[in-house]
Design a binder for this molecule. Sequence first.
Ligand code: ZN
Length: 273
Amino acid sequence: MARANVCLTVDFDAVSSWIHSFDEADSARNLSRGLFGVDVGAPRLLEIFDDHDITTTWFVPGHTVESFPDAVEAVWADGTGHDIQHHGWSHTRPSTYADKPSERADIERGIEAIQGLTGRQPVGYRSPSWDFSSNTLSLLEEFGFEWDSSQMATEFHPYFLRQGWEAPVDAPYERGDKTEIAEVPVSWQRDDFPAFAFSRQRGYANERAIFEMWESQFDWMYRNVENGTYVLTMHPQIMGYSHRISHLESLIATLESYPDVEFTTVDAVASEL
Ligand SMILES: [Zn+2]
């Protein structure tokens, strides 16, 4: 067991998130941002991961698998053995489904898409937009998922998700009962999208400061946490830009310079819980 684990994770939304999560399906400009991720960003990320011989985890919507099979095949066929797990079929925010059957159908379609590519059923899930509906957890159990990576109740350690929690406005919070689904937590603080993705309200962060924050978060974990797992989330259409690729490569080199650090998959970390 390494002193510290690093899980580099890639949410390969391509155009799906612009169609299904942001209500901007008619925006050619935004769709082209997704195409940048497919044609430019993903190959750049794969090249860096290859150069550093790093295994990573890609969360790929079924929509991306079916729209851009060659790009996803390049991830799966890459020599470093990247893992591919579930990220919805349509990248619909779970809380916006009209009912449970609609959400179930999308999850099932996403499973079929990944099975068609990899030949095996995905066991890991990352919710589009990192949120659950009131049905998501029971659907993950129904389909035999073993872990999720979209929640935030710890920073560096996996834990078991709970169901049946209650959050009334006029009574104390009830945590609910533990399930057997492991959570490998994410953080908005280690996600390239909130920091860098341009929208009308945001997107001009001090880039160097963000990468320095990511480095200092790892340094704190390494010094203070036993067997911690550092999860960084990136999107090819965001991280794939020239200046960020350079920063990412420097960050990877810095993390590699610490003794006894293992770059591994989310699946490997979840299976140790
Ligand atoms: Zn996504």
